[in-house]
Ligand binder design. Structure first.
Ligand SMILES: [Fe+2]
Ligand SMILES: [Fe+2]
Length: 491
């Protein structure tokens, strides 16, 4: 027996050592500045989708069974109901996106919301009233963090669950249905977290109004109506409370950057943006102009313009470490690069990406922004210092003057890369007429394209044409240049 134990231990040890070595090799091969992707949850644990589905099914099955009473007939009935629901949901989801392409993070989040909300419903049902259950909170969270469709699926399934638990009495599910639909309509206009309070009031009032309707239809007696109105108001209030508390936590845990989060990020009261404005005013101004270009270009290709603006605001925060080494912050002061070898100057420029990532992490800036910082130069050449170095040494390796970063992987980071260069070049252009500005935009896009910077992102040629048009128009607006239309020569 002992021999067997030793044999198992040695095998286990060897296997672990092999595993650790493989991991080590993997990380040694990764370029210097490459970020791990996925949420903080998934970075620790990657749960396969079939397991998430199976666990959700089993947990929901036992929760429902315990609520309606354990027994053979109840067990079979819950099994049939749950199987039908799962079958149709998976069929629907598979028709929308292939099951294999479903993000594990989203699956875990949706599963978590279903289980936790059913648990909270059971607590309210047993201790207070099923009407006070804050179901709208979960439909709001799913709508903001995942999608409207998933939120509707949640409302539909929870309505069935509540109906089953209440012996197919549909009054309570109907009250919650009214609250949830009001919440979904209400959150369309949300621009900051304080507006959730208005949504909460709307949820509470709509549920209370529906309770009054039920009284008028003689479904509820007057005594019950008074209590139920209070429970409806409580449901609305608790829904807002849960959203305000849980949304930021879930955003961080599942790395979901919502538009509300982006609006908060582009607020000029943000510490990092204020720091940039005071300590590196040139970079701050460059970031604002880059943001204008990127935002309009993202709109032109129907991408997330708010995300493009947020990424542009933060893309160069790494320059805060040594602002005087970057041309936009030098003004009339002496250029510190004059005393440095071009290769060293190149290294200082490259380091602003790494410094930016470190600073963003320090200030808890979202992963999506960190990704943009990491990708905004891709593997481009630092042309100025490369050319300067070439004058001194003809046998130069171009690779030493390339940013060791990740090439753009999304359309937004590709736009950011173009906008960044376009802004920097157009600023120093002596003659800023429309023709010259158009030339700059087209040249930047062509150079980045032929240099292979877009080889890892899904941007199309049609997108690039639209981006070029949009950026030319924005630049003309910034520099008040008029767009010239060349007359076609008629023969
Ligand atoms: Fe940069
Ligand atoms: Fe920049």
């Amino acid at each position: 027996m002992n021999k067997l134990n030793d044999w198992i231990k040695s095998k286990l040890k060897n296997w672990l050592l092999f595993f650790v070595r493989r991991l080590d090799e993997k990380y040694q091969n990764t370029p210097s500045i490459r970020l791990s992707s996925g949420s903080s949850f998934n970075r620790k644990l990657k749960i396969p989708l079939p397991i998430i589905i199976a666990v959700t099914y089993l947990v929901l099955y036992f929760m429902l069974l315990m609520q309606i009473g354990i027994g053979l007939s109840n067990g079979i009935a819950v099994f049939i109901i749950l199987s039908i629901l799962f079958f149709f949901i998976l069929l629907y989801v598979n028709n929308q996106t292939k099951i294999s392409k479903i993000d594990n993070d989203i699956a875990v989040l949706v599963s978590f919301i279903f289980i936790i909300s059913l648990l909270i419903f059971q607590i309210f049902d047993k201790s207070l009233s099923p009407i006070a259950f804050p179901m709208s909170a979960f439909s709001i969270i799913l709508c903001i963090l995942v999608s409207l469709r998933i939120s509707f699926i949640y409302i539909f399934v929870m309505t069935i669950f509540i109906s089953v638990i209440n012996n197919f009495n549909n009054v309570v599910p109907m009250i919650h249905l009214v609250g949830c639909l009001t919440s979904i309509i209400g959150i369309r206009e949300i621009r900051n977290r304080s507006q959730f309070i208005n949504v909460g009031i709307k949820i509470a009032l709509s549920m209370a109004l529906f309770v009054i309707v039920l009284y008028l239809l003689k479904i509820y007696p007057l005594v019950e109506v008074k209590y139920n109105i209070w429970f409806s108001l409580l449901s609305g209030f608790l829904s807002v409370l849960i959203v305000l508390v849980a949304l930021p936590i879930l955003e961080t845990l599942f790395s979901r950057t919502t538009n509300i989060k982006l609006i908060e990020l582009v607020d000029f009261n943000n510490v990092l943006l204020k720091k940039l404005m005071v300590e590196a005013p040139g970079t701050y101004h460059h970031s604002l102009l880059t943001a204008s270009l990127a935002e309009q270009a993202a709109t032109a290709i129907s991408d997330n313009s708010l995300l493009a603006r947020a990424c542009a605001y933060y893309h160069d925060i790494g320059k805060l470490k040594n602002p005087e080494y970057f041309i936009e912050n030098q003004n009339t002061k002496k250029n510190p690069h004059d005393e440095l070898a071009p290769s060293l100057s190149g290294l200082i420029l490259i380091s602003h990406v790494k410094d930016g990532i470190a600073l963003a992490k320090k200030y808890n800036i979202d992963d999506v922004i960190i990704k943009a910082i990491n990708e905004h130069h891709g593997t481009s050449v630092i042309q100025y210092f490369y050319n300067k170095s070439l004058e001194q040494n003809k046998e130069l390796n171009e690779q030493d003057f390339r940013y060791p970063c990740q090439k753009p992987t999304t359309k937004v980071t590709a736009i950011l890369m173009i906008a960044d260069s376009v802004e920097a070049i157009s600023r120093i252009l002596p003659d800023k007429n429309a023709g010259k500005l158009k030339e700059v935009v087209e040249k930047v896009i062509n150079n980045k394209f032929t240099d292979g910077q877009f080889s890892e992102c899904p941007i199309t040629l049609a997108d690039l044409v639209k981006i070029a048009e949009s950026m030319t128009t924005t630049l003309c607006g910034i520099y008040h240049a008029r767009i010239e239309y060349k007359d076609v020569e008629k023969k």
